[in-house]
Design a protein around this ligand. Structure first.
Ligand code: B4P
Length: 190
């Protein structure tokens, strides 16, 4: 099994690049952001609670996203591998993922970390906000908050994977196709 984490700040291109990796390597896509937006669209209790936090640029509690990932993981026993997009976002989530994967004897192969300058992140998200309908994409203050939550709570995970020799920084600036080929080359060299 090929299990990859696609990592990076909000707007780094995780969702965009996940599409290419799925196509190239036949992986199952697990995006906690997408799963949470499905809950919001279905107006579930979980979705209503998550929306309040997401609209402020805050993270949803660890136990909520860990449970979602466990359920989705269990639903695909036939998978060639998984691409974890936007998960883990805290060290607690990273540890829970390791436990889940150890139980299933299929560890993470690499954590691919997209590196993008802050102003580019803001420009990309605001541009997407013109058409995405996502309330967390509309307001510079909320976008800045998401980036600051990333720097404080999510970026430290890099050290967690560095300690396992699984952290691969990838230049996330430039054309989508160029970045896709950097990612693909890295995965092929693993
Ligand atoms: P996510 O859905 O993960 O949202 P995101 O960080 O904005 O990344 P996304 O994948 O959507 O965007 P991308 O970078 O591809 O999370 C949303 C919220 O959900 C979080 O703030 C949090 O509240 C909650 N959440 C999710 N997971 C959680 C977890 N594990 N724990 C707790 N809370 C959680 O692309 C951005 C834009 O850039 C797109 O419009 C794209 O077209 C564009 N783009 C991409 N690459 C480009 C390039 N090379 N050049 C120009 N534009 C590019």
């Amino acid at each position: 099994m090929l299990n990859l984490i696609l990592f990076g700040p909000p707007g780094a291109g995780k969702g965009t690049q996940a599409e290419f990796l799925i196509e190239s390597f036949g992986l199952i896509h697990l995006s906690t952001g997408d799963l949470l937006r499905q809950e919001i669209a279905a107006e579930t209790k979980l979705g209503k609670e998550a929306k309040q936090l997401m609209d402020k640029g805050e993270l949803v509690p660890d136990h909520v996203v860990i449970e979602m990932i466990k359920n989705k993981f269990a639903a695909h026993p036939e998978a060639n591998g998984f691409i974890f997009d936007g998960f883990p976002r805290t060290v607690a989530q990273a540890k829970a993922l390791d436990v889940l994967l150890e139980e299933n004897k299929t560890p993470i192969k690499a954590m691919l970390c997209l590196e993008v300058e802050k102003q580019e992140l803001i420009d990309r998200i605001l541009f997407r906000g013109k058409t995405s309908g996502r309330s967390d994409d509309q307001d510079v203050w909320i976008i800045e908050k998401r980036i600051s939550v990333y720097n404080k709570k999510t970026a430290p995970i890099k050290e967690y994977y560095e300690a396992q020799n699984k952290h691969y920084p990838i230049d996330g600036m430039g054309r989508v196709e160029e970045i896709a080929s950097r990612l693909e080359n890295t995965v092929r060299s693993l």
